[in-house]
Design a binder for this molecule. Structure first.
Ligand SMILES: [Zn+2]
Length: 284
């Protein structure tokens, strides 16, 4: 198989003990829960590419590739589909010709199965964007409704495919129920899970706001920022499709996070991933 060359590419101590084991989860009615799944990792040959303006510095790094599962009384939403599960068959990982190496230790489908879920049980799949490390298993979810910005689909299905996009990863999009969005979306209509339009990394990039009853507000970055440093200092890597849109999106989300006293999770930041409960524990 081929992984397209790509530029690829919390909650801190919820000291209140908001992480719970799933032992009782099958017995109780589903409430709002957020699980962080390990959907692979990327060994980065040069972290400088992700710094403000992208200045290669030869410094190696590692980025987690999480997926998130949100269980809501009205259905389940999967946020991002990670690296392709097929990479799990290569214990030494898969090298990208331009430098990074991709690893998958545990497949997304195996993690869903741990919760007793099949792909067809997933009502919605939200893609932060269609880069290959966020859309790797999209084709497993053709029975789900895909929540995508209209602009993202137009951009990612263009010929030739943009850098970082592997159209084979989401080739079944015509069979899936794609709901093209033109901005924010309150997924379940009760304000608990909101897709936020945050263009700039790609033209139809989006982030996800989740308002958990006990934990509070979390915003899942997608690739709005790849590192905490970029979040804190408003750094924009040179490969984003629009620097101006990225900065505007960061400002918008920063205000939202402040106003809600929430927390921003940089999906590719190891320090953020480490603060999330280890699957199958969850936040609520
Ligand atoms: Zn990306």
């Amino acid at each position: 198989m081929r992984v397209s060359p790509s530029l690829l590419l919390s909650l801190l101590s919820f000291a209140g003990g908001c992480a719970h084991q799933t032992a009782a989860s099958h017995a109780s009615p589903p409430e709002l829960r957020l699980y962080a799944l390990d959907c692979g990792r990327i060994d980065i040959h040069d972290m400088g590419f992700f710094a403000d303006g992208s200045h290669p510095n030869g410094q190696r790094g590692e980025m987690p590739v999480p997926c998130f599962l949100i269980r809501h009384p009205q259905g389940t939403l999967l946020w991002d589909t990670g690296l392709d599960d097929v990479i799990a068959q290569s214990p030494d990982g898969l090298a990208d010709p331009i430098g990074p190496r991709y690893f998958v230790q545990k497949t997304l489908l195996a993690q869903l199965a741990q919760l007793g879920l099949k792909p067809s049980d997933v009502r919605y799949v939200g893609f932060s964007h269609l880069h290959a490390d966020h859309a790797g298993n999209a084709n497993a979810f053709t029975g789900s409704t895909w929540l995508l910005q209209r602009k993202e689909l137009t951009w990612a299905t263009a010929t030739p495919a943009p850098l970082g996009v592997d159209p084979a990863k989401f080739s079944t999009w015509r069979e899936a129920k794609v709901e093209p969005l033109d901005g924010d979306r309150d997924v379940f209509g009760d304000g608990s899970v909101r897709i936020l339009s945050t263009p700039g990394h790609t033209p139809g990039h989006q982030s996800l706001q989740v308002n958990l009853p006990r934990t509070g507000t979390l915003v899942l970055s997608g690739d709005l920022c790849h590192t905490r440093e970029n979040w804190e200092h408003h750094g924009v890597p040179g490969f984003n499709t629009s620097c101006e849109q990225t900065l505007s999106s960061i400002n918008h989300v920063e205000t939202l996070v402040k106003d809600s006293k929430g927390r921003f999770i940089v999906q590719h930041a190891p320090e953020d991933f480490r603060t999330l409960p280890v699957f199958p524990s969850y936040l609520e």
